[in-house]
Design a protein around this ligand. Structure first.
Ligand code: NAD
Ligand code: GLY
Length: 370
């Protein structure tokens, strides 16, 4: 199967995203690597991904003329912190990496964010290769340059925007991904459907069986569409300052509040985003900006991909609203990305808390027409 190539045009920070099967097999595919500043680097990965994919990736790098030392970090969101970052800097230094060295991030969003932050800051910035291995990382976190670590006070509170030199999304990595992690990624995929509208929603509706079976061609087409939607927002607002890139947060304001409320246990990120999407769709209807048939189509899509759709019965709606006000992007107001139609998102900055409370309560019951 051939591979797809997408260009991210950001002046001197431009790069390519390659998507397909077999991309990290040694051989011709080593040519996908750009010319880096030097040929010595590290592959940063974790204890779960290393036994599955590290050897192949190091062989592939070697076939392209790049030497690498492996750095294997513990697996989990709880390790995306300053302590592990310190250890990472030390290991990069011990591997003899100079300013011309590179970092290759092999893993999901946690590894991508940690290794990306290290690449942005080690010796004031060295080359970064993103090799995302989860659906979420291939459609979202590896693209656009955001990186960072968590603080005790909240997620992703420290970080930079630092573009990689290349992103290589090899769909073969997905074959070893646990089902629940696939589902989390699909929550983000449905988000892109709602952001982009009819064409991509129809693709997702028509190709659900192949996507769920992880047919490589269908997976690659899906990842290509999501990546190009994200790239379109990133190139228009690289540093997230203009309210354009912010639209990518559809479903995330309520999603983040839910994750925080459940202390990042029980509810995975993608599951929280899926419920957040239902809430955003429902509030869009309540504010009379979204028509009922579009609302129902959005709900059907979430159902088709087996995503959770109900706000938990025990969820304290006032606490969710309070957490939304304290979201790092909210500036203490109540704002959310809503839809005027499928494919027509906007930032609503003046949400009435009474209407939001009522809508969130409604989201505890099924809203799909039978
Ligand atoms: P993750 O990195 O924790 O990966 C999920 C799990 O899957 C982990 O246990 C991981 O070891 C395992 N795994 C990864 N690839 C695998 C494979 N191919 N086979 C088997 N197991 C594999 O989680 P994620 O969902 O990829 O990313 C979530 C993180 O991404 C969060 O920290 C979030 O803040 C961040 N994020 C960043 C951005 C951004 O723009 N930088 C965007 C969205 C999310
Ligand atoms: N994940 C949202 C962004 O990259 O802006």
């Amino acid at each position: 199967m051939g591979s797809h190539k997408l260009s991210v045009s950001l002046d001197s920070r431009s790069y390519s995203i390659h998507i397909g099967s077999g991309l990290t097999k040694a051989g011709d595919n080593s040519l996908l690597l750009p010319r880096l500043r030097g040929n010595q680097g590290v592959v940063v990965t974790n204890t779960t991904v290393a036994p599955l994919h590290l050897r192949r990736v190091q062989e592939w790098l070697a076939a392209g003329g790049y030497e690498s030392t492996a750095i294997i970090l513990p697996d989990g969101e709880e390790y995306k912190n300053h302590e592990v970052l310190q250890r990472l800097y030390q290991e990069i230094f011990r591997a003899g990496i100079q300013r011309t060295g590179y970092i290759c991030a092999l893993g999901g969003g946690v590894i991508g964010d940690l290794a990306g932050f290290a690449a942005a800051t080690y010796m004031r910035g060295i080359d970064l290769i993103q090799l995302p291995t989860t659906i979420l990382a291939q459609v979202d976190s590896a693209i656009g340059g955001k990186n960072g670590v968590n603080l005790e006070s909240g997620k992703n509170l420290v970080g930079t925007t630092y573009q990689p030199r290349v992103v290589i999304s090899d769909v073969d990595f997905i074959a070893t991904l646990p089902e629940r992690e696939c589902l989390c990624g699909l929550g983000e995929v449905v988000k892109y459907g709602l952001l982009a509208g009819d064409d991509f929603i129809s693709f997702l509706e028509m190709n659900q069986t192949e996507i769920m079976k992880q047919d490589p061609r269908s997976l690659a087409s899906m990842i290509l569409s999501c990546s190009s939607i994200k790239v379109d927002y990133v190139v228009r607002d690289e540093y997230d300052l203009l309210g354009v890139r912010a639209v990518l947060n559809l479903g995330h304001t309520v999603g983040h509040a839910l994750e925080k409320m459940y202390a990042y246990r029980n509810l995975a990120h993608g599951e929280a985003v899926a419920i957040g999407l239902v809430c955003a769709l429902a509030l869009s209807v309540a504010m009379k900006s979204l028509a009922e048939p579009s609302f129902q189509r959005g709900l059907q899509l979430l159902k088709l991909y087996g995503l959770p759709m109900l706000l938990p019965m025990d969820a304290d709606v006032d606490e969710i609203i309070d957490l939304m006000r304290r979201d790092k992007k909210a500036n203490h107001g109540l704002s959310m990305i809503l839809l005027r139609g499928l494919g027509d998102p906007y930032l609503e900055a003046n949400i009435d808390s009474g209407l939001l409370r009522k809508t969130l309560e409604r989201c505890k019951q099924p809203l799909m027409a039978s």
